[in-house]
Design a binder for this molecule. Structure first.
Ligand code: MF3
Ligand code: CO
Length: 236
């Protein structure tokens, strides 16, 4: 599983260097697919419930599951890239949101807040805590900065399947749900909106956007809970 996750981290690192104004999200997707195949691995999302691509590329007010297209990135955009890999029986899953050139102060704050919320959530993923301690920490972090967390989509267990129990919401009261145990592997993935938390699904059946058209960011890591803390598997 660590190997699958390492490939995810490597693709994200490579794709990061390509994100500049003028490139299309299809080109980014092609890079990711060939990188993953060269490693002897398989894109986890392509074909999953009919999803057509390797990467979810979600621009600006798109929250998640944006489909790569011929639209060119432009200065001031923010782009979320979500990638899953299947390798030797196991899955890895991670996401980042990147600025395209210079972005607004509001957008910068949103990216920092979302990445910060992920980090704070991960810190709560330790034995002795309850699952919703992760959720509550993420929600508090996000709301203290004046942003909102998406309610309709959640993080998840991951391992031999892309989505396993338990669900990992990014909101809720602390001290609820199952106990966090050694050996658990979780994909923690706050989706944060600059405006309200409500989202809608576009007619393509995949792209989720903010209802109020505000910007949205998404950061995700796959982690493994150990005896003493946890390991972020999708980090280089
Ligand atoms: N990281 C997203 C998730 O955990 C990926 C969606 S997979 C897709 O659900 F194939 F459905 F796009
Ligand atoms: Co995920």
């Amino acid at each position: 599983m660590a190997e699958a996750c390492r490939i995810v981290a490597e693709v994200l690192d490579g794709i990061k260097q390509l994100v500049t104004s003028g490139i299309t999200t299809i080109e980014l997707d092609e890079f990711a697919e060939s990188f993953i195949k060269k490693k002897g691995a398989r894109p986890a999302f392509k074909g999953y419930k009919g999803y057509p691509a390797t990467v979810c590329t979600s621009l600006n007010e798109q929250v998640v599951h944006g489909i790569p297209s011929q639209v060119k990135l432009k200065e001031g955009d923010i782009l979320s890239l979500d990638i899953g890999v299947y390798y030797k029986g196991f899955y890895g899953d991670a996401a980042i949101t990147l600025p395209v050139g210079g972005i607004s102060d509001e957008a910068k704050k949103l990216l920092f807040a979302t990445e910060d919320a992920l980090q704070i959530g991960i810190e709560k993923a330790i034995t002795g805590n309850k699952l919703s301690d992760i959720s509550a920490a993420i929600q508090n972090c996000v709301e203290s900065k004046g942003f909102s967390v998406v309610r309709d989509l959640v993080g998840h267990g991951i391992g031999r399947a892309l989505h396993e129990e338990p669900q990992v919401p990014n909101f809720g009261r602390p001290g609820q749900g199952p106990e966090i145990r050694e050996g658990m592997t979780l994909a923690i993935e706050p989706m944060v909106n600059a405006g309200g938390w409500e989202v809608i699904l576009l007619d393509d059946g995949w792209t989720t956007v903010t209802k109020d058209k505000s910007l949205s960011a998404h950061f995700e890591h796959t982690i493994a809970v150990t005896k003493n803390g946890n390991i972020i598997l999708t980090k280089l």
